[in-house]
Ligand binder design. Sequence first.
Ligand SMILES: *Cc1c(COP(=O)(O)O)cnc(C)c1O
Length: 344
Amino acid sequence: MEYVDLRSDTVTKPTPEMREAMAEAEVGDDVYMDDPTVNQLQQKAAEMLGKEDALFVPSGTMGNLLALLVHCQRGDEVIVGNKSHIYVNEAGGMSALGGIHPHPIKNQSDGTLALDEILASIQTEDVHHTITRLICLENTQNSCGGVVLPVEYVQAVGKIAHDNNLFLHIDGARIFNAAAALNVSVKALVEPADSVMFCLSKGLVAPVGSMLVGKKKFITRARHLRKMLGGGMRQAGVLAAAGLISLDKMSTRLGQDHARAKSLFEGLKQVRGIKLDASPSSNMVYFDLLDEVKLSVDQIVEEMKARGVLVDWAGPRRFRLVTHYWVDDAGVEKTVKAFGEVMI
Ligand SMILES: *Cc1c(COP(=O)(O)O)cnc(C)c1O
């Protein structure tokens, strides 16, 4: 059976064009910085994000960890959202590997951290306290609904950071989705950030890899730490070749995924037993099951699979559906129809 796979945009397989580019990629040893395709990808990523330099890393998690390790010393504190990927979904890497102390504050329903709460969380100089070093934002904010933090908000947080001698890191795993939703350039959206991580392997459809961008000195140190963590890759140009197509072609089509998320949302309004979150701002549709639904989330997953649709639950009574390159209009229709049958 051919499945419509809405579990995540991480399930995106490379396009035929990507596979061809990968097969033909010019390569070298990237630890020697000799891989022309990786070099090209890094240069292009730096340009698109308006930063001095960039580094190709195996995963978003490693990119975020490197940023934390470069910005912070052991015992330093990082202000993060309590629903952020860095805080919740990266296995506590900052503490385990960096001795870095997270200071979580509430992600509001719009994904933002309240500015006054950020300010109140900055430690004062006191022998009892840690030293606050970094603020992390996530854009789009995944678990708040794939919501988008607007340009002015990011600027306001950047101003707080820099007025207080802190760095700003953006976990922009889906920053191209955020920029597409806002209809601004990624460059404008990340302008206040000292560093940004984004994933090639999600909505941008590449099979592997993420980019870390920032100042030259920052990237030089990150490259050193990447080697330390075992992320120095050799002929990585076979992967970077797909990443170049991500940046050239996939970054400009994300509006289609967002439009399909909206039509999925509209279609699901007719399905009983579910309470949808607000209309999606990017490529994610979240909903809760009403009490009247006696099926468990696992049973629903099974029933949907039997109808050719792969979905994943996001909580004991909650679902997240993610649109991406390999979900077309027919896939959206099929999904709505299948939920209609399952949720009776
Ligand atoms: C996926 C994701 C990451 C990590 O990326 P991996 O490549 O899965 O390690 C980081 N932050 C956010 C918001 C993500 O969605």
